[in-house]
Design a protein around this ligand. Sequence first.
Ligand SMILES: NC(=O)C1=CN([C@@H]2O[C@H](COP(=O)(O)OP(=O)(O)OC[C@H]3O[C@@H](n4cnc5c(N)ncnc54)[C@H](OP(=O)(O)O)[C@@H]3O)[C@@H](O)[C@H]2O)C=CC1
Ligand SMILES: Nc1nc(=O)c2c([nH]1)NC[C@@H]1CN(c3ccc(C(=O)N[C@@H](CCC(=O)O)C(=O)O)cc3)C=[N+]21
Length: 291
Amino acid sequence: MTEVIDGNAVAEDVRESLRGAIETLTDAGHQPGLATVLMSEDRASATYVSMKQRDCEELGIQSFHVEVDVDAPANELYDTVSDLNANDEVDGILVQHPVADHVDYEEVVRRIDPGKDVDGFHPENVGRLVRGDPRFRPCTPHGVQKLLEHTGVETEGADAVVVGRSNIVGTPLANLLARKADDGNATVTLCHSRTEDLAAKTKQADIVVAAAGVPELVDGSMLSEGVTVVDVGYNRVDGEAVGDVEYESAKEVASAITPVPGGVGPMTRAMLLYNTVKAASQRSGIDVDLP
Ligand SMILES: NC(=O)C1=CN([C@@H]2O[C@H](COP(=O)(O)OP(=O)(O)OC[C@H]3O[C@@H](n4cnc5c(N)ncnc54)[C@H](OP(=O)(O)O)[C@@H]3O)[C@@H](O)[C@H]2O)C=CC1
Ligand SMILES: Nc1nc(=O)c2c([nH]1)NC[C@@H]1CN(c3ccc(C(=O)N[C@@H](CCC(=O)O)C(=O)O)cc3)C=[N+]21
C-alpha cells in the first residue's frame, strides 16, 4: 500500500511542539514576532501571506504586515525592510516572492538583517548552510526533510533526485540532503531544465522531490517501484491546485507520496513559524526547546 503523507497532520504536530517555546519566550517578555511584506497584486501571494498571519495568531506569535504599492519605487521596499530590521518587536521578516518587476528581489534579501531572515535566503545564511552550520533552514526544504523524517524515510545512503534548482527550494534542499548529517547523507542529483534525460535520473532514485513549477512533469513511468515522492509543485490549472507530479500514476509505483494540496504547502508554513521562534530565542538570548 502506498502511504499518502499527510502534510497537514505533520504541520499540526510541528505547531503544537512550538507552543511551549512560544509560552516561555512570551512569559519572559519576548513574544515572538513575524513581519510579512507584500509588494504584488498577485491574488495567490496575498492568500499565502494571510494564511501565514492566521498561523501566527493561532500560536500567539505577534504578526506585522506591510503592503508596498506595486508601483512604488524600490526604495520604498528597502525602507520598509530597514524599519523592520530596526523594530525590536520583529524577530522574523518575510518579503513575499515575487515582488514588482522593477525591484531586484536579491537586493531586497541582502538588506534583511540575517538574524531576522526566517526564509533563510540571505547570502550569509545560505553560506552558513552550505558550510554545514545552518542558522535558518529555508522553510520548504526544511519542511520536506521533516516529512521524510516523519514518514521514516532514511536519507543516508539514498539516491535522491531533486528536480528544480531555484534558490528557494531545489538548491537549498539538495544541499541539505547531501550534508553530512543524520537527516542528510544522501547522494543527490540536482536536475533542471537543461537536464538531458530527466526520466533516466528519476528512474534510479529512491527519493524524488519535484520542484520545477511544471504541472505533472513527473509521472509514474519515470519512477521505480518503492520510491518516495515529494511534490513541492503548486500550480493553478483551471482554478485547481496541481502539483509537479502526476499523482495517480506516481501513486501506483511509490511507497509513499505527498498530495497537493495537503503535502508540502502546510509544512512550509509550519517551518516558517519554527524559524520565527528560533529567531526570537536567538535575539533574546532565551534558551528554548525546539523540535
Ligand atoms: N508548497 C510550497 O510550499 C511551495 C511551492 N512552490 C512551488 O514549487 C514549484 C517550484 O517553485 P520555485 O522553485 O520557486 O520555481 P522556479 O521557477 O524558481 O524554479 C524552477 C526550477 O525548475 C526547473 N525546471 C523548469 N522546467 C523544468 C523541466 N521541464 N524539467 C526539469 N526542470 C525544470 C528550472 O530550471 P532552470 O534553472 O534551468 O530554469 C528551475 O531550476 C512551483 O510550482 C511553486 O509554486 C514553491 C515554494 C513553496
Ligand atoms: N519569501 C517567500 N517565502 C516563501 O515561503 C514563499 C514565497 N516567498 N513565495 C511563494 C512561495 C509559495 N509558498 C507556499 C506556502 C504555503 C502553501 C500552502 O500552504 N499550501 C496549502 C494550501 C493552500 C491553499 O489553500 O491554496 C497546501 O498545499 O495544502 C503553498 C505555497 C511559499 N512561498
